[in-house]
Design a protein around this ligand. Structure first.
Ligand code: ADP
Ligand code: MG
Length: 337
């Protein structure tokens, strides 16, 4: 490396905007381990994501944007648990220690870290192919975790943002290698005016922490959509031993997505596309007006897309109430339970 590991840590990761003090962090970067003291009656929530160049992001991606994404996807997991961000650690494998790259990268991290009061408290740096691993830690008051097993028949199923944009964003960035085999490239054409929208969707996902914080008392089950809405919702259904009916006509689709993709691809992307980092939630009907108010206040799309049912399995109905059968479809790839 052009810079030693020690120099990299001192110059780029110990900076005040990134490794700032906060309550609960007794000791941050600098010793053999950080010391964390969660307040009484709280659990520590931990989550990790590994991003590898050329696999999870394009070669040559802007370091500041990459940093934002790497931290944001972790904060999204904390939001999906109803946890408050506390701190994070960073494992960085770097081919070179380029000062300009490191500076932009650490400033990108600092921007999101300070926004959510979530300082960097430790990590590791090594020479190797570019990969970024972040582990985020959050706090949860006892009994308040938003788990996957809280769905009950009759509850509404809600989704934040626009599911499908994540997958279309991968296509617009040219990450063909990670597109699922059912992705019909001929049905996707991203207009020049929408390129920036998808770039933002990919690099600057907005972790729904503020919404989760305010909505939490009215939520029953939650998950963040990283592997596709159908697959992720099926985790909730399985954990809760229930089924669901989704109303395809109610699915929220962004204007850029409508402009860029054919109807079939749009629907497939919304149901099966990954990388959205939005929340899929269940709530009792009586809570919906309050949840909608919070969403409106945050200018965040929140849409009721279906209902939890007694009968196991996931059924999709179209605008005419007809059940749409995805079972035969080539694009039905449920992740392993
Ligand atoms: P050790 O050899 O004891 O594992 P290191 O020399 O790797 O420690 O790191 C020294 C200190 O710098 C530790 O507190 C470690 O957590 C921190 N650190 C190392 N790499 C990073 C990083 N990428 N981001 C933040 N802190 C880091
Ligand atoms: Mg040590």
């Amino acid at each position: 490396m052009s810079l030693s590991e020690f120099d990299i840590i001192r110059r780029y990761f110990c900076r005040d905007e990134l490794a700032f003090a906060r309550d609960g962090i007794e000791l941050g970067i600098g010793d053999d381990a950080a010391l964390i003291r969660p307040p009484a009656n709280h659990s520590l929530a931990m989550t990790m994501d590994v991003l590898v160049e050329g696999v999870h992001f394009p070669v040559g991606a802007s370091p500041g944007l990459l940093a934002w994404r790497a931290l944001a996807v972790n904060l999204s997991d904390l939001a999906a648990m109803g946890a408050e961000p506390l701190c994070f650690t960073l494992g960085l494998s770097l081919p070179r220690g380029e000062p300009a790259w490191l500076d932009e990268f650490s400033l990108g991290l600092a921007e999101l870290a300070s926004l959510h009061r979530c300082p960097l408290v430790g990590g590791d740096v090594t020479r190797g192919p570019l990969s970024i691993t972040i582990q985020a830690h959050g706090l949860l008051a006892d009994g308040r975790a938003l788990r996957r097993d809280g769905a009950r028949p009759g509850q509404a199923i809600l989704v934040t943002g626009y599911p499908g944009d994540g997958l279309l964003a991968l296509a617009s960035l040219g990450l063909e290698g990670v597109l699922p085999d059912w992705f019909d490239a001929a049905a996707f054409r991203c207009a020049a005016e929408d390129r920036d929208y998808f770039r933002q969707a990919f690099y600057r996902p907005q972790p729904r922490l503020e919404f989760a914080r305010r909505a939490l008392p009215g939520l029953e089950a939650g998950i963040d959509i990283s592997d596709g809405l159908m697959g992720d919702l099926s985790h909730i259904l399985r954990a809760s031993a229930v089924g669901a009916r989704l109303n395809l006509a109610q699915f929220p689709l962004s204007a850029p997505a409508r402009r860029s993709a054919g109807e079939d691809l749009l629907r497939q992307a919304a149901l099966f596309g990954g990388d959205d980092y939005e929340l899929c939630l269940t709530a009792e009907s009586a809570e919906i007006p309050r949840l909608m108010e919070i969403a409106q206040d945050l200018q965040m799309p929140l849409t009721e897309i279906g209902r939890v049912e007694d009968e196991a399995g996931l059924r999709c109905v179209d605008a005419h109430g007809e059940v749409v059968d995805f079972a035969q479809s080539a694009y039905l790839h449920f992740p392993d339970p």
